[in-house]
Design a protein around this ligand. Structure first.
Ligand SMILES: *[C@@H]1O[C@H](CO)[C@@H](O)[C@H](O)[C@H]1NC(C)=O
Ligand SMILES: *[C@@H]1O[C@H](CO)[C@@H](O)[C@H](O)[C@H]1NC(C)=O
Ligand SMILES: *[C@@H]1O[C@H](CO)[C@@H](O)[C@H](O)[C@H]1NC(C)=O
Ligand SMILES: *[C@@H]1O[C@H](CO)[C@@H](O)[C@H](O)[C@H]1NC(C)=O
Ligand SMILES: *[C@@H]1O[C@H](CO)[C@@H](O)[C@H](O)[C@H]1NC(C)=O
Ligand SMILES: *[C@@H]1O[C@H](CO)[C@@H](O)[C@H](O)[C@H]1NC(C)=O
Ligand SMILES: *[C@@H]1O[C@H](CO)[C@@H](O)[C@H](O)[C@H]1NC(C)=O
Length: 648
């Protein structure tokens, strides 16, 4: 165990110089990176112990004449230490995130009674810590000061009078509710569904819990150290033996919890993805492709160049409109200028409600009657444009010219079906890495946009540099834009991680077309974690998921429009690695096949605080019966491997 107390005993003689300038402290902490917390706490412990040892020596034998002065001096030193503890707290914890931990995780925990105690005791330690700062007030009597110190430490028959588990554990006495912490620190699948509302990946949350509890333990420990010293100055028995016991115990606690931290973080999930927002908003939380494949009503007679009606609807799987026989319904609706696929017969008599011209839909709904029952394709609403009655007709005795419902694949101004295939890179020369992603639709083209930030030593990101990298202003006709079509409308669902994920981070990505499907490729750059430097020369290690012919296809046939889903708390990812899906029309029954599904989630996928990434993924989430959302996720860089690598 390298972290801990190794330094303190050898350097007892050295007078500790307390740095009081918060500015320089902040820079030091930033340089220490994500795990700087462990380092900074370690540094404080060393300082506290040297300080206590020095004060103990300076105050000499018990002397009534110098007692007052010594007591006040101890309290002043406590105050200086406390300022540094507060700085660590400010630097490494975030109240909003702590509140999230309480509401989403602690509240879902089973052992409510123990948790209640634990919370109470955490608050109690914080209160004691603040109180100790105010008794420094020189008007307080010696007795007042000492009685406060006694509160922290006083025991009767080996039991603490202030039965706070944080003190009890340090005094090596029996405690109860803190055991839950050990349990909780072990927990890496804490109510996993809550995580999608969290601004951190589970691994980051584990670390946040660790810091929150660790800071409380630190405060309890510091309170005990200074209280024991106050009591010694007051002429109580020599408490150095007691102090040494507490130190050994605390060291032991820190070692155990670091072990646990490393183990739990290693096992913890590092995926970060977004839940469905409480309300879905077009152009804010989601966007959609439009009119890729859309239900279209057409008579058989118009589907072949002979104007014949000798086949059936299902014989037309790949054709185009060939004419408009006798200006029937075909002349009352916009033509399908593209290819026509997958025709099927619905019924001989249809009532068709056409949509407004501005709509991306062709029809609001289609109705037909069968055995005295009315069936509606799509959702019945008031029809603003008037209903067209569309009837199949008989040509000869045995030939019927039927209306079919087909899928129209018609690129055009109403059909947003474009994906940018451009590389997008973080500014590697300026030592910037990718910290987040989101889908954006711009000029009708979807892009996977990246967020970037400057990499600092030990996994930190310079927060003031974090920004979204602007996307190109391309037109749909540009060469690097992929146009989806009936043949090419798939997207691979993968988590793309580098084989060398321990030594490299994401610095770019691109979407490309592989086997006719969109496929995410990610660019990685090797990094020196300690120094926080990318190696530009060895950058651009381009990684694609292994080519696998046996990718499994998700079936998205006959699903309803995702926005019709009643609000659900959250929808988990439905897809697994190495699957794919094809964008497709919504169900004929549910929506008259008018909408292209799934939708595209356009929420930001970023963590707070921003961190380097080990990978990026694209996944699909939905509930049965509904088309869902295609969304990106990020996989945070694994810092567990560095927990045991202190360089200080
Ligand atoms: C100790 O000093 C305090 C004032 O500093 C004085 O009031 C008290 O009488 C002294 N006690 C003894 C035993 O000398
Ligand atoms: C804490 O986190 C919240 C929510 O993620 C964020 O808005 C806020 O800026 C953070 N505060 C600090 C001081 O970083
Ligand atoms: C201490 O007491 C004096 C007289 O009562 C008062 O003027 C002074 O403000 C007090 N000091 C503090 C720090 O409260
Ligand atoms: C979508 O939102 C952006 C800004 O958030 C706005 O500029 C744009 O006009 C919106 N587009 C549509 C189609 O509403
Ligand atoms: C449909 O026909 C066109 C033209 O012959 C052809 O290019 C295309 O590959 C066909 N599509 C399918 C899915 O067979
Ligand atoms: C963080 O970025 C700001 C703005 O670019 C810069 O002034 C500052 O020096 C950076 N901090 C570090 C530690 O590099
Ligand atoms: C390919 O995909 C199949 C089905 O998803 C899977 O069982 C198999 O392990 C994959 N092979 C490789 C080399 O990834």
């Amino acid at each position: 165990m390298q972290i801990g107390f190794s330094l303190s005993l050898h350097f007892v003689q050295i007078l500790i110089i307390f740095s009081q300038t918060s500015q320089s402290k902040r820079i030091v902490a930033e340089v220490n990176g994500v795990l700087g917390y462990i380092h900074d706490v370690d540094e404080i412990i060393t300082k506290v112990q040297s300080d206590i040892d020095q004060l103990d020596k300076d105050s000499g034998e018990f002397d009534n004449a110098t007692m007052r002065e010594n007591l006040l001096k101890v309290l002043q030193h406590f105050k200086i230490i406390s300022i540094q503890v507060e700085q660590i707290e400010k630097q490494y914890t975030n109240i909003t995130i702590q509140q999230f931990l309480y509401t989403e995780i602690f509240d879902n925990y089973n052992d409510e009674e123990d948790l209640g105690n634990l919370r109470h005791e955490i608050n109690n330690i914080n209160d004691n810590f603040k109180e100790m700062l105010t008794i420094e007030n020189s008007n307080n009597s010696n007795t007042f000061i000492i009685s406060f110190a006694e509160l922290i430490d006083r025991r009767r028959n080996g039991k603490c009078i202030t039965p706070n588990d944080f003190y009890l554990e340090l005094f090596d006495l029996w405690f109860r509710s803190k055991k839950i912490l050990t349990k909780m620190r072990h927990e890496y699948q804490i109510h996993v569904y809550s995580f999608c509302y969290s601004p951190q990946s589970p691994q980051q949350i584990v670390f946040s819990i660790y810091k929150h509890i660790g800071l409380t333990e630190l405060k309890a420990y510091i309170l005990i150290e200074y209280s024991l010293l106050l009591r010694r100055i007051d002429g109580q028995r020599d408490l150095m033996e007691e102090t040494n016991k507490v130190r050994a115990k605390y060291k032991n606690m820190i070692e155990n919890s670091l072990n646990l931290l490393e183990e739990t973080m290693r096992k913890a999930d590092r995926d970060m993805w977004r839940c469905d927002p409480h309300e879905l908003h077009y152009n804010v939380t989601y966007d959609e492709m439009t009119r890729l494949l859309q239900g279209f009503i057409v008579n058989e007679v118009d589907l072949n160049s002979d104007g014949s009606c000798s086949e059936s609807c299902s014989d037309y799987q790949n054709t185009t409109t060939k004419g408009c026989f006798k200006q029937k319904f075909c002349s009352q609706q916009p033509k399908c200028e593209g290819r026509i696929h997958d025709c099927q017969l619905v019924d001989s008599y249809l009532s068709v409600c056409q949509s407004q011209e501005s709509s991306n839909r062709r029809y609001e709904y289609i109705e037909y009657e069968q055995d005295d029952e009315v069936f509606t394709l799509g959702e019945y609403e008031k029809c603003f444009r008037g209903v067209n009655n569309v009837a199949s007709w008989n040509r000869w005795i045995f030939t019927k010219c039927s209306y079919c419902i087909c899928l129209c694949d018609e690129p055009g101004p109403k059909s947003d079906r474009y994906f940018s295939l451009l590389y997008t890179l973080s500014d590697i020369k300026a030592n910037k890495v990718v910290t987040g992603v989101r889908f954006v639709k711009k000029n009708r083209i979807f892009h996977l946009q990246i967020q970037q930030g400057q990499l600092l030593p030990r996994g930190a990101i310079n927060e003031s540099t974090v920004e979204w990298v602007p996307i190109e202003d391309d037109e749909v006709t540009a060469a690097n834009v992929h146009t989806m079509s009936y043949q090419e409308r798939g997207i691979d669902l993968d988590d793309v991680l580098n084989k060398d994920e321990k030594t490299s981070v994401v610095t770019g990505l691109r979407i490309r077309v592989l086997n006719g499907r969109l496929n995410l490729a990610v660019l990685f750059s090797p990094l020196d974690f300690e120094r926080g430097k990318l190696f530009p020369h060895r950058s651009f290690r381009y990684y694609k998921p292994p080519h696998n012919e046996s990718r499994q296809k998700l079936n998205l046939d006959n699903l309803d429009v995702p926005t019709r889903l009643e609000y659900m708390d959250m929808i988990p990812p439905t897809s697994k690695n190495n699957q794919y899906l094809e964008f497709v029309n919504s169900g004929i029954e549910q929506d008259a096949a008018q909408t292209t599904i799934p939708f595209i989630d356009i929420q930001d996928v970023v963590s707070n605080p921003p961190v380097p990434l080990a990978g990026i993924g694209i996944y699909y989430r939905s509930l049965p019966g509904y088309g869902g959302f295609v969304a990106p996720k990020i996989i945070t860089y694994d810092i567990s491997q560095h927990v045991r690598m202190p360089t200080w």
